[in-house]
Design a protein around this ligand. Structure first.
Ligand SMILES: *Cc1c(COP(=O)(O)O)cnc(C)c1O
Length: 365
């Protein structure tokens, strides 16, 4: 059994994907071009924003957003302490300071009350300028954007939605990656909407930000390719990846439904023995992970051992909160007790749309 079975998805979509890849091979256009433009319009329409700018991966998409906003040295960016490293890495990469915010134990997402505390702390004890709330849709569940937006407006901050895991999620009738002033996602193969290599995208309603992101992703070029108006990077999407994604987006909503069904079975089975993931009323998760939470590390480790004896793969996302990562450990006291506790008590189960009834049975038994 696989944790996320990508071959099975390929088997299901093989004729369409093979056709799309051969079409690219014979077109002679391999980087950006018409396929990528077609994908960008399709994704913008899906998410419900005006502009989609694809790029090389999700980390670059975050980086591009921060460059577009001119975030740099002396700026504070508020990042949840419990997430993949890239969410904070890009902040350091542009020379700004990540300020770690604790998370909510039930949803795993940024805690609004700790965010308020950390904004106050930055204002009263540092000379940093608070600039951006970088919220993460962890494990597929959108962060609490209604509350985060109100805090952002009250404090004059921008919201950057890290939807690398959240693409496909919703709050009401609004889709993930549309909640930030800029939203981003990743098409890394194991993400909810994955391609066959690296890929990423940035979403916004702001046309001049979208234009700047297109410039930054291609060496800071202007409309004239060899006229460089800023220092950018090389971060473009391949036509092959766009072709694969255009096939996969057509079945994506069905895949989300299939994962909702798996999640419901897991929850009805495990809710007596563990804390199952919470999807607040009106929210939808894209189930990048299905993550159980236990009361202590011993219980978690005992469950993990029991699964492994039955050859059920499990993963720990994430074993170390960001403020305890070796590169960030010396930044001073971050005080994120919930994130620290979660790193010792969470366990993610196999989750993908192609789990069989037999596999689900083996896992739940
Ligand atoms: C995967 C991930 C990223 C980075 O995406 P890549 O495409 O791997 O660069 C950023 N943030 C989060 C929360 C992620 O899970």
């Amino acid at each position: 059994m696989q944790f996320r079975d990508l071959q099975r998805q390929y088997e299901a979509l093989k004729p369409a994907i093979d056709h799309a890849m051969v079409e690219v091979a014979s077109s002679g256009t391999f980087i950006l071009g018409r396929k990528v433009e077609e994908l960008e319009s399709r994704l913008a329409e899906y998410v419900g924003v005006r502009h989609c700018v694809t790029c090389g991966n999700g980390t670059d998409a975050l980086y591009l957003a921060l460059r577009v906003w001119g975030i740099g040295p002396g700026d504070a960016v508020f990042v949840p302490d419990f997430t993949f490293f890239a969410s904070a890495e890009v902040v350091s990469l542009v020379g700004a300071t990540p300020v770690f915010v604790d998370v909510d134990e039930g949803t795993f997402n940024m805690s609004a009350s700790d965010l308020e505390r950390k904004i106050g702390m930055v204002r009263s004890t540092t000379s940093l300028r608070p600039k951006v709330i970088l919220a993460v849709d962890l494990f597929g569940l959108p962060a609490e954007y209604l509350v985060l937006r109100e805090i952002a407006d009250r404090n004059g901050l921008l919201v950057l939605e890290d939807g690398a895991q959240g693409f496909g999620g919703c709050i009401g009738d609004r889709k993930a990656c549309s909640f930030g002033d800029i939203g981003i996602t990743s098409f890394f193969p194991a993400k909810p909407l994955g391609c066959y290599g690296d890929g990423g995208a940035l979403f916004t309603d702001n046309e001049s930000w979208a234009d700047m992101a297109r410039s930054y992703r291609a060496h800071g070029r202007s409309a004239d390719k060899y006229n460089n108006v800023r220092v950018g990077i090389n971060s473009r999407l391949d036509a092959l990846q766009a072709a694969v994604l255009l096939v996969k987006i057509e079945v994506f909503d069905n895949e989300l439904d299939a994962m909702d069904a798996v999640a419901a079975q897991y929850t009805s089975c495990f809710c007596d023995r563990a804390h199952c993931p919470i999807v607040p009323h009106g929210y939808r998760s894209s189930w990048a992970q299905y993550t159980l939470r236990f009361d202590n590390a011993q219980q978690r480790d005992a469950f993990r051992f029991a699964f492994s004896k039955k050859d059920v793969p499990t993963q720990i996302y994430y074993p170390t909160p960001l403020h305890l990562q070796p590169v960030y450990r010396d930044m001073g006291e971050a005080y994120c007790p919930v994130a620290t506790r979660l790193s010792n008590t969470v366990l993610s189960l196999p989750m993908h749309p192609y789990l069989t009834i037999e596999e689900i049975e083996r896992i739940t038994q």
